[in-house]
Design a protein around this ligand. Structure first.
Ligand code: PLP
Length: 495
């Protein structure tokens, strides 16, 4: 059966999976969603025995039905290889009474690698399938981690260029260095004078600019997106939830059919949406716990049914979650609106015009699979420190937001379930905040001096990604105002 995709904002048109991946965003500004969430067609017993790559095939073939077996398997084997520092790709680690699914073993040591190491392969395959001759220009707004993972994935990929916008001063030092030292003749990195939401809105506006699209086409270019609005990023993220459940089963940690709760540190709502899709595919998941930092717009939404981004934007120690407009939430809104694109469009228009919307009581009832929580900066730091003191395990700030929310939810509910936390970044990536949380004596120490200390106290190897940037040359120095992004893109492309 061929699974087709629709925009969340119009009912009439359908596209294939490869077309949806190529376009990134629908013409009407909506996000592509599958017409239905496919069920797994293998049993948990079969999944138990599978490698990460085999699981990836079993899951992704259900979504990307116009890719041949050979194409998809080639994409998978090209992505999940020695770029990851562990053969299992996504290891499960028991920390105290909670399972951490470590998603940071790829090239840029954050979970974005899980999808962005395969997206370039999916995209170039999709271009071939659809006889695209234009060069594909990947435009990406980043709160820090997507940018580097996308740059690493697309660097020197023939037929592509990539332009990344990040908020100046809104990312960690390691994140910034990772991006501005990126090699590859087809890569550009631009710091904007604004926050992540400005960067994301700017990129969306460029995508929706029909005149620019035409100018670009005349010059032999077309845009696509590496942000999690691209369905080609979401689908690979479903894989690790299926994989994690099967491994818990294989290791005898849970019994067949037992429901687990999953806590996800959330920003743009991509990762947790993938967990929701995994549940709909048939993985026994109880609650999906959405963890926010002090930018708790999603917590408030789950609490009240009102989404309201009109509030102060707070810079926290978990910058990849410093987001007030969670773009993937639109896919969930569309679902709980009963796949009613008109209803969804009305809410998104209200968001654009007033910065807020309220869902109906009926829609709220359909959110029963979700719970929301948030952690303050103090709670996040305490979670890092106390976990280290009790177990010796050092986690990053984003993961700590989730671990903190998870612990509180568990204490409040005593539902007897096992808890999985999506561990989204290596502590080395946010080393200054992590080490200061463990002991304030590190507050004034340079990030790179802390690397050896973290290695020693956590008994972990220094990741290659950190070694690489220690002495790398700065290759990107471009900056622009948030309202100059379109001009900057044209300048880079020479159109
Ligand atoms: C991107 C990111 C998140 C947020 O994930 P979303 O899919 O945007 O919700 C959380 N933690 C880290 C480390 C990230 O890079």
């Amino acid at each position: 059966m061929n699974l087709l995709y629709k925009s969340t904002r119009s009912a009439d048109k359908t596209v294939t999976a490869s077309e949806a991946i190529l376009k990134g965003l629908a013409d009407d500004g909506g996000l592509f969603v599958p017409e239905y969430i496919p069920k797994l067609d293998v049993t948990m017993d079969e999944l138990k025995a599978m490698s990460y790559q085999e699981t990836a095939y079993a899951v992704m073939k259900q979504f990307l039905t116009d890719f041949t077996e050979e194409e998809l398997k080639h994409c998978i084997s090209s992505a999940y290889d020695s770029k990851f520092d562990t053969e299992v790709i996504a290891p499960l680690v028991k920390v105290g009474d909670t399972y951490h699914l470590e998603l940071f073993h790829g090239a840029t040591i954050a979970f974005k690698d899980m999808a962005l190491s395969i997206l370039p392969h999916l995209l170039t395959t999709a271009a071939r399938k659809n006889h695209v001759t234009n060069e594909i220009v990947i435009l990406t707004a980043t709160s820090g981690d997507t940018g580097k993972a996308a740059l690493a994935g697309f660097a020197d990929v023939p037929g592509t260029k990539i332009i990344v916008f990040y908020p100046k001063g809104g990312v960690s030092r390691v994140q910034e260095l990772q991006m501005v030292t990126q090699k590859g003749d087809n890569t550009s990195v631009v710091a904007i004078h604004g926050n992540f939401d400005n960067a994301q809105s700017g990129v969306k506006a460029i995508f929706e600019d029909k005149e620019l699209e035409k100018e670009l086409a005349d010059a032999g270019y077309q845009f696509s997106s590496a942000n999690s609005i691209n369905i080609g990023r979401l689908v690979p993220q479903v894989v690790y939830y299926v994989y994690a459940y099967a491994k818990l089963l294989e290791n005898g940690e849970i019994s067949s059919g037992e429901e687990i709760n999953i806590t996800v540190p959330t920003g743009n709502f991509g990762n947790i949406l993938a967990a929701y899709y995994a549940k709909q595919m048939g993985v026994p998941v109880g609650k999906l716990i959405c963890a926010s930092n002090e930018n708790k717009v999603l917590f408030d939404f789950f609490q009240t049914g009102v989404y309201d981004k009109n509030r102060e934007f707070i810079l926290t120690s978990s910058p990849s979650m410093d987001i007030l407009i969670s773009s993937n939430l639109e896919r969930l809104i569309y679902t709980i609106a009963g796949q009613d694109s008109e209803k969804n469009s009305r809410l998104m228009t209200r968001l654009k015009e007033t910065g807020a919307y309220e869902i109906t009581p009926e829609m709220r009832e359909r959110l029963a699979d979700f719970a929301g929580g948030f952690a303050t900066e103090k709670e996040t730091a305490e979670t890092i420190r106390t976990t280290y003191e009790r177990t010796g395990y050092v986690m990053d700030t984003h993961t700590a937001v989730a671990a903190s929310v998870c612990a509180r939810y568990r204490a409040d509910h005593s539902d007897g379930r096992k808890y999985l936390v999506a561990s989204t970044a290596s502590p080395y990536k946010f080393i200054h905040s992590v080490m200061t949380a463990i002991d304030n004596k590190y507050a004034d120490t340079d990030e790179f001096e802390l690397v050896d200390e973290l290695s020693r106290i956590s008994n972990t190897e220094i990741p290659k990604a950190i070694e690489e940037i220690r002495n790398a040359d700065i290759r990107h120095r471009k900056e622009c105002d948030a309202d100059q992004m379109k001009e900057t893109v044209k300048e880079i492309l020479g159109v």
